[in-house]
Design a binder for this molecule. Structure first.
Ligand SMILES: Cc1cc2nc3c(=O)[nH]c(=O)nc-3n(C[C@H](O)[C@H](O)[C@H](O)COP(=O)(O)O)c2cc1C
Length: 352
């Protein structure tokens, strides 16, 4: 019964996150930023390189698929498509929470087979902070490290989602001792540790504190795209308190551009912590703006899900479109390489 409830919840998340009302588009602020047009870029479109550094290693482009729900039958097909396409195009890929797979008795390890089918994929495992706190309290680190071993994980993302857990009727809003648990994990983990939000972004105060920990990256997952207050409100349905909460907190969070700048301001120049940007990134032009603001890679959740639901070919075409949009943005700003897409190529437009 519990399993069935879990499967239903994950199916609901996919369904409701695809709804237009689940996106906090109007609170995103990327439209306040413009790349600076260069009428005579001193380069050819064909020579532009999207190559970027990904945890110290070169990768063909600066993109990743942000982690999305695993754990029910449809998710398996979606994740297989995403992994195949990501592997082919050199994108990295996150999976959704692997909470259920923590139990080694859980035989249906979908992530394990993703790894087997895509040996070269940079595969990011995923777990919620509530599970990490529990592991820390019980000292059951082996459960986690066994899971990562079985999954062939290239990195681990710990997701932070206080708003969702507070609004979700079955949520686990237990975050006390989260900082200690992350610190302990950062010292024990042998693969890169990414701390990610889930669509509500990260404040300067949070960045100041996280910058003290030896983590490999933050994924800011800012306000402006899929919003989990809204998703849980929609899921709970009219007439429920969760629905009311979803409406009250519909624009809660730190927009993606501000979140990137918060990280940039907090991380020292010598700090190696990478800034990953996601949350409302819908085009390669949005991605270009995030890179210019200071991100080193850019991630997509909902648009990748939508494309994957249409099939392998539409997914590949969508990825190709994103890469082309980034290339055109770089050409028209005169940036021949991703590192050249920097703060001097972007400006804030305060008039709208
Ligand atoms: C269907 C769906 C399921 C998700 N499940 C997870 C999850 O299990 N773990 C996680 O860290 N983030 C999860 N996310 C959040 C995304 O990784 C991302 O942070 C957020 O959706 C914002 O990106 P977007 O605006 O491009 O959708 C999920 C997103 C979607 C759309």
């Amino acid at each position: 019964m519990k399993d069935q409830e879990f499967i239903n919840r994950k199916a609901d998340h996919i369904r409701y996150s695809l709804a237009k009302e689940a996106e906090a588009v109007e609170s995103g602020t990327l439209h306040h930023w413009s790349l600076v047009h260069d009428s005579l870029p001193d380069l050819d479109l064909g020579e532009i390189s999207l190559e970027s550094l990904w945890f110290g290693a070169p990768k063909p482009n600066p993109f990743f698929i942000a982690g999305m729900t695993a754990g029910h039958p449809d998710a398996k097909i979606i994740n297989e498509r995403l992994a195949r396409a990501a592997s082919e195009r050199g994108w990295a890929m996150g999976v959704g929470s692997q909470r259920r797979e923590l139990d080694s008795e859980f035989k249906d390890s979908a992530v394990q087979s993703l790894r087997k089918q895509n040996p070269d994929l940079f595969l990011i495992s995923n777990l919620g902070i509530a599970q990490l706190i529990e592991i820390h309290e019980r000292g059951s680190w082996n459960l986690l490290f066994d899971l990562l071993e079985r999954s062939g994980s290239s990195a681990l993302a710990i997701h932070l989602n206080p708003l969702q857990e507070a609004i979700q009727p079955e949520g686990t809003p237990r975050f006390k001792n989260g900082w200690i648990a992350i610190r302990e994990l950062a010292h024990r983990l042998k693969i890169p540790l990414i701390v990610k939000e889930t669509g509500s972004g990260m404040s300067r105060k949070f960045m100041d504190r996280i910058s003290q920990l030896p983590i490999a990256a933050v994924d800011v997952s800012g306000l402006g795209g899929t919003h989990w207050g809204r998703v849980e409100g929609l899921r709970a349905g009219e007439g429920t308190i969760s629905h009311e909460l979803g409406a009250t907190f519909a624009n809660w969070g730190v927009p993606v551009a501000e979140s990137i700048l918060n990280a940039k301001g907090a991380f020292s120049k010598s700090q190696k912590t990478a800034i990953l940007a996601s949350g409302g990134i819908r085009t390669g032009l949005d991605a270009a703006k995030c890179l210019a603001l200071g991100a080193s890679a850019v991630g997509f959740a909902k648009p990748a899900l939508e494309a994957a639901l249409q099939g392998d070919r539409p997914l590949q075409q969508w990825m190709e479109k994103i890469e082309s949009e980034l290339r055109v943005a770089m050409f028209c700003t005169g940036a021949g390489s991703v590192p050249e897409l920097a703060l001097d190529k972007i400006e804030r437009r305060d008039h709208d």
